[in-house]
Write a protein that binds this ligand. Sequence first.
Ligand SMILES: Cc1cc2nc3c(=O)[nH]c(=O)nc-3n(C[C@H](O)[C@H](O)[C@H](O)COP(=O)(O)OP(=O)(O)OC[C@H]3O[C@@H](n4cnc5c(N)ncnc54)[C@H](O)[C@@H]3O)c2cc1C
Length: 592
Amino acid sequence: MYILRPRSSVLAAVIKRSTNQSFDYVIVGGGTAGLVLANRLTEDSDVKVAVIEAGTFPEDVVGNMTQVPAYAPQFEGAELDLEWNFTTTPQAGLGNIPVSYYRAKALGGCSDINFMAYGHTSKGTHQLWADLVGDDSYTYDNMLQYYKKTMNFSPPNAETRLANATPTYNADDTATGGGIDVTFPSYAQSWSTWVAQGLAAIGLPQAQSFVDGNLLGHSWQMTGITQSTGIRSSAQAGYLRPVLSRPNLTILNGTFAERIIFNGDTASGVEVTSKGETYTLSPSKELILSAGVFQSPQLLMVSGVGPKALLEQFNIPLVKDLPGVGQNMQDHITVPISYQVDVVTSSTLEGSALADAITEWNTHGIGPLSNNGGDYIGMEKAPAEFRANFSAEVVKQLSALPADWPELQYNVLPATVSTTSIGGEDSVLGGNYGSMLASVIAPQSRGNVSIASASMSDAPLINPNIFTAQADIDLLLTAFKRVRQTLQSSAMAPIMIGEEFYPGPTVQTDEQILDYLTETVRPFSHGFATCKMGNSSDPDAVVDSHGRVFGIKNLRVVDASAFPFLPPGPAPQIQVYTLAEKLADDIKQTVY
Ligand SMILES: Cc1cc2nc3c(=O)[nH]c(=O)nc-3n(C[C@H](O)[C@H](O)[C@H](O)COP(=O)(O)OP(=O)(O)OC[C@H]3O[C@@H](n4cnc5c(N)ncnc54)[C@H](O)[C@@H]3O)c2cc1C
């Protein structure tokens, strides 16, 4: 762990807690999506909004830990009060072991603890989305206006970045004035400049920073960081703090949603608890669920909306039989490969080097602590020579995806990676280490989330079912081999020290690699699509293309759960922000 040095000016939060008023909209979950809605809906001063959030400002829990980009890997496995500390059910694809699944409990939600990657998904993915839900609003051209509303771009700092770390992007693809501060970190990792050459050596083309509807290629990664301060730009920093003083916005932090109240087929309110007190909030217009990929479907189920047989099992009175609630869960998967290297990485950021970095970041917002670690990325389809080994069935399955949907993703990390989490502490090893992550971003395994009881206080049963589809096994094997090709390319040879450090040269045959993958593969914490968006003829769809729950009035779901699928790319949070921007417009246009 880096030593945590709270910045002297950690932003204090002042929250209005008065519930003694009526609201037009009540939003459950002040996370990534919920705070976009809170901001946009209260732009009209006549509209009153309450946000219910179980957590509070992260600064009140962990000082400035969430603000420092380089601390991003530390949230995984840290079991902080800032997280729900969920564990999956035993995973058949991983030799029947349960694994941690990270979700933030805080204003800002997972945007407080993620890796800050910023980017769009592909044009073909948007077309598929529009086709599946029967709504042309979701084509790339039509969603571009909402992507731009999420972005307040600052060009890279040419004075602080390495000369050979100049990002390629088209200024016309950027925007200013949007919710999240976006830039390339002021400090570029030397490790990434070498990985860039390795990815070029194995044949990936140069991309334009993944904000132009193309994901195929390699590029420096845009990030949600405020360049002038080097601070993470989360949903609470970008969308909430600037509007905290609006009198028509009420934030109820430390408040837990227990169940939705129905009047027939209309959602009339939500029962909440705070400090041992239970009360009901009844919006005059709509209740909006933004409690995330697990708790939005959980709240629906404990309240009587979900698969009938499951609800009967827990004696939950049925409001609406919706078999798709909690189904269709999708996540990206990843494994690491590490080497000792002859460039400075985070592995040696300790002692006086760390002290200097803290001073540099505290004083100017620059230096190694202003970098999120994952500042370079490559994506591609499995190359033909690997695809030739896939079964006809797997090839057919993958060919249903658009031509521009990459299947494999290659991330960088300037450190080693432990076997149980992304992010590592290397000082005990001595020397510098560099890693790449081999990932699958066209997963075919499908998981689900269910309930253990009729109470929201019991954690949801999370079963991502990862690494169960043959396509995912074939793709991860390919990704692993492609990362090895990158790391063993002559382009990277000048900085590689010795043999592969992890998993190491004893892992050679396909059988040995598959054993390593099974032991090591983890979900990327990009869970999506458990309240699937679809059209009314889709029996598994939970919400329509406006986020409205089928068969229920005045109830919407707006968050990672309300997607038809998990879009490819390094930045699912940007998909969430963008959907929330779009649905905020839909809500504003709704006549009640
Ligand atoms: C470790 C990690 C790394 C990631 N890296 C990236 C990345 O680099 N780039 C990227 O684009 N995406 C990344 N993601 C994914 C991305 O952050 C999420 O997909 C996205 O933030 C989810 O947004 P959401 O609004 O659906 O949910 P959340 O942001 O999780 O918000 C849900 C909110 O609801 C609250 N809540 C839940 N239940 C209740 C209840 N009953 N009562 C009151 N409040 C409740 C929660 O506390 C939370 O604040 C990462 C995620 C994680 C965890």
